[in-house]
Design a protein around this ligand. Structure first.
Ligand code: NAD
Ligand code: ZN
Ligand code: ZN
Length: 362
């Protein structure tokens, strides 16, 4: 029997989100229904609400979730009813040209549920990032549900489902930070502070946190930043050079989604250094005006980081283990827990810079 549950949707660009009733179908072949325990509020949800991702309204928002498997469809073997899972938006196919060449982190045809969740009038919902988890239950492809140690706090490990994984992976996987490297992170929200954490885990010895918000910089120090730069009063390029013997950082991570900040990250980098862009641009943004000779002359690499080039099946259990061992403070990303009706207010707090993550507890 399809189930009616509470869900938070965005009906039209820029309009406030709405708590309503959604219909979750029974899981079909290869699908699972998950009882959502918690779901973080990511800046990408706000991009969806504002029409910054695409126009496939109405969206069922939410995608940083932990919960338990409630029901499985035919042929599902990887998870069973009751398993504690973190949801992911990279259920790799194993068949595409990226997967076949041993690069599943770039999988070009990741799996989502084939069926759609709907409103009670039958209107089909587009699930944010193929998940949609600001709701009591959601429907996903089985591969989107990654089992992790059930003793972990859902509100904390659920954040591995998007922003925290994207930030840690931007440093560890995309940026390939090595012991002794210098790293500068531009924008220290949930994603940027996760990149600071990832840089620390990878052994970076200089970690420069850049933000316009003093409170975010304070948090970054707790995450392992060795230097902070207030971009509202200080030129970040100069400040990063100063903190790195005049050279620039080995790895500069853009975690805002802003061409001017990408340009700063580009020029704050040492010769042969890497720029990682993990912030998501909106469709109207153009690549910053950078002379080609500067690109060529400096060498190195410019790399976008989708989801921190993670593999959920590899990374979620490992990072959960580090969390449980006290080596990765995921609790520090949970600024507050809120209810399903509080998401507009959580967006406002995010925009005012008051939180790393507001996490909805169902
Ligand atoms: N690539 C991915 O897979 C992925 C995954 C999740 C989120 N994201 C994206 O990452 C970005 C950050 O997400 P978040 O949830 O951390 O957002 P957030 O709003 O919590 O954080 C953004 C931070 O950037 C700071 N900032 C804004 N303008 C700045 C400037 N000019 N200079 C320095 N700092 C500035 C803000 O003060 C804030 O601390 C968003 O674009 C989001 O969509 C990407
Ligand atoms: Zn694939
Ligand atoms: Zn996200």
């Amino acid at each position: 029997m399809p189930t009616e549950v509470r869900g938070v949707i965005a009906r039209a660009a820029g309009e406030p989100v709405e708590l309503t009733t959604i219909v979750v179908p029974d899981p079909g072949p290869g699908e699972v229904v998950v009882d959502i325990a918690t779901c973080g509020v990511c800046h990408t949800d706000l991009h969806y609400r504002d029409g910054g991702i695409d126009d496939a309204f109405p969206f069922l928002l939410g995608h940083e979730a932990a919960g338990r498997i409630a029901d499985v469809g035919a042929g599902v073997t990887e998870v069973g009813v009751g398993d504690f899972v973190v949801l992911n938006w990279r259920a790799v196919c194993g068949q595409c040209r990226a997967c076949r060449r041993g690069r599943p982190q770039y999988c070009f045809t990741t799996h989502n549920a084939s069926q759609k969740m709907t409103l009670t009038d039958g209107t089909e919902l587009t699930a944010a990032l193929g998940i949609g988890a600001f709701c009591d239950k959601t429907l996903v492809a089985a591969g989107q549900a990654t089992k992790v140690d059930p003793s972990a706090r859902p509100a904390a490990v659920g954040l591995l489902g998007c922003g925290v994984m994207a930030g840690i992976g931007a440093a560890m996987h995309t940026g390939n930070v090595r012991p002794g490297d210098s790293v500068a992170v531009f924008g220290c929200g949930g994603v940027g502070n996760a990149a600071v954490t990832g840089a620390r885990l990878a052994g970076a010895t200089t970690i420069i946190a850049v933000d316009r918000d003093a409170a975010k910089l304070e948090i970054a120090i707790g995450m392992g930043a060795t230097h902070t730069v207030d971009a509202s009063t200080t030129d970040p390029i100069e400040a990063v050079r100063e903190a790195t013997g005049g050279y620039g950082a080995d790895v500069c991570i853009e975690a805002v989604g802003n061409p001017a900040v990408l340009k700063q990250a580009f020029y704050a980098r040492d010769l042969a250094g890497t720029v990682v862009q993990v912030g998501v641009p909106t469709p109207g943004m153009a690549f910053p005006d950078i002379p080609m000779i500067d690109f060529f002359g400096r060498g190195g690499a410019l790399k976008p980081a989708w989801y921190g080039d993670c593999l959920p099946s590899r990374d979620f259990p490992a990072l959960t283990a580090l969390y449980l061992q006290g080596r990765l403070d995921l609790d520090a990303f949970v600024s507050e827990t809120i209810g399903l009706g509080d998401i507009e207010e959580a967006f406002a707090k995010m925009q005012r810079g008051e939180v790393l993550r507001s996490v909805v507890v169902m």
